[in-house]
Design a protein around this ligand. Structure first.
Ligand code: GLA
Length: 382
């Protein structure tokens, strides 16, 4: 049964039980001001802090480096917390070898073919870092930048505002991009991300978050038995370099059909050319709801063993479902766990990859005077 804290608290109130007696720990309800401590120091002497915040049963640790979610803990059906996101326990590993664990991604989520695009008739060559293509902004994307972090409490919400200014020409992108990302934990334990950006020259922007989810806990093996549902009737097939061909293909009758919940593992070994290119799922779903002013639920993930569930709602038109294909047993994570293929999955809300070269895709162009605004909400249940 899907039962979330909202339902539990409402039920408890009706039954005259104090909410604080539910969920086992004091953290289950408490908001409170986020606290920070030193996490490490970069080679250039810059100090990196780790921020801790909790609300509604969700506990979050965020680094000023990359806006990285270092851990996210939520309760299971018995009220037991586990860290459900892959990460490291030290800054050195994040700097040296992180495959974007928990990070903010920018300026441009996913790939841009050959790192090239033309905007208003002007060609741009951006930093190439994935074969002949650009991935997640370039070799020093927003995941490797130090953000200014400001804590806040607002009503029953607790959160962090993260600021980063990307200089004109950084990684080859035109325009000074001023970015503000707000992480909010609500009293229901939802984790909400609001992205905002402005520019002083026409540019392209596509921001997302790269948390690797394993709802059974980051140390519990593959996510192949997680049930996933995605409200997308089409996806964007790719070439061998994982660049979209431009086609919006129907998911019906293919392994890409997650319109009804099925396990991640059910079709992952089907000999389908697209799965071979990605070594599993590594594709953008075209969300049926399209771009919306307010977040709309688009995907649900459920781990039957713990009962934990996550629903993602977004204003964005696309969702990259990546099934952790490139984890290869060479990384030792936060709890001393060795991460192997399929040990987590990413659900990255976004505009479609390579949009700057695909005029038929929703536009990722941002112009001076406009404000880029998108929102994604992760709601947890058990
Ligand atoms: C994204 C990409 C994948 C991979 C991961 C990070 O999800 O689509 O191909 O690069 O990031 O390893």
């Amino acid at each position: 049964m899907e039962l979330n804290r909202r339902t539990v608290i409402a039920g408890a109130a009706a039954a005259g039980i104090a909410a604080s007696t539910l969920g086992g720990t004091a953290h289950a309800t408490g908001g409170g001001t986020p606290s920070k401590k030193l996490f490490g120091t970069l080679a250039d002497g810059t100090k990196v802090h780790s921020w801790s915040l909790s609300n509604g049963g969700t506990r979050l640790k965020v680094l000023s480096y990359g806006g990285i979610v270092q851990s996210l803990e939520i309760p299971d059906r018995h009220g037991r917390h586990a860290n459900v996101s892959l990460g490291f326990d030290n800054l050195e590993d994040y700097v040296a070898k992180s495959p974007y664990f928990g990070a903010l991604i920018g300026r441009f989520g996913n790939r841009i073919g050959k790192g090239r695009f033309t905007l208003d008739g002007k060609p741009h060559q951006i930093d190439v870092n994935d074969g002949e293509n650009t991935l997640h902004g370039g070799s020093k994307g927003f995941d490797k930048r130090v953000w200014d972090v400001e804590p806040f409490t607002k009503g029953s919400d607790v959160g962090l505002r993260l600021y980063y200014t990307s200089a004109d020409g950084e990684m080859g992108y035109p325009g000074t991009l001023r970015v503000k990302v707000t992480y909010t934990l609500t009293r229901h334990g939802d984790w909400r991300i609001d992205y905002e950006a402005t520019t002083d020259k026409a540019t392209v922007v596509n921001l997302t978050s790269h948390v690797y989810w394993n709802l059974a806990g980051e140390d519990s093996g593959t996510v192949y038995d997680h049930e996933l549902k995605i409200a997308g009737s089409r996806y964007t097939p790719v070439d061998s370099g994982l660049i979209p061909t431009g086609e919006l293909a129907r998911v019906a009758g293919t392994p890409f059909d997650f319109r009804r919940a099925k396990t991640v593992g059910e079709d992952i070994r089907v000999a389908h050319q697209q799965l071979l290119y990605g070594q599993g799922f590594d594709h953008n779903w075209v969300l049926d709801k399209g771009i919306t002013a307010a977040p709309v639920p688009v995907a649900t993930l459920r781990d039957p063993s713990s009962g934990r569930t996550m629903t993602i709602s977004t204003t964005e038109p696309g969702l990259q479902f990546y099934s952790g294909n490139f984890l290869d047993g060479t990384l030792v994570g936060s709890g001393g766990t060795v991460y192997r293929q399929g040990d987590a999955l990413c659900l990255e809300t976004q505009h479609f990859p390579d949009s700057p070269n695909k005029p038929s895709f929703p536009s990722t162009v941002l112009r001076p005077g406009q404000t880029y605004r998108t929102t994604t909400v992760h709601s947890f249940g058990r």
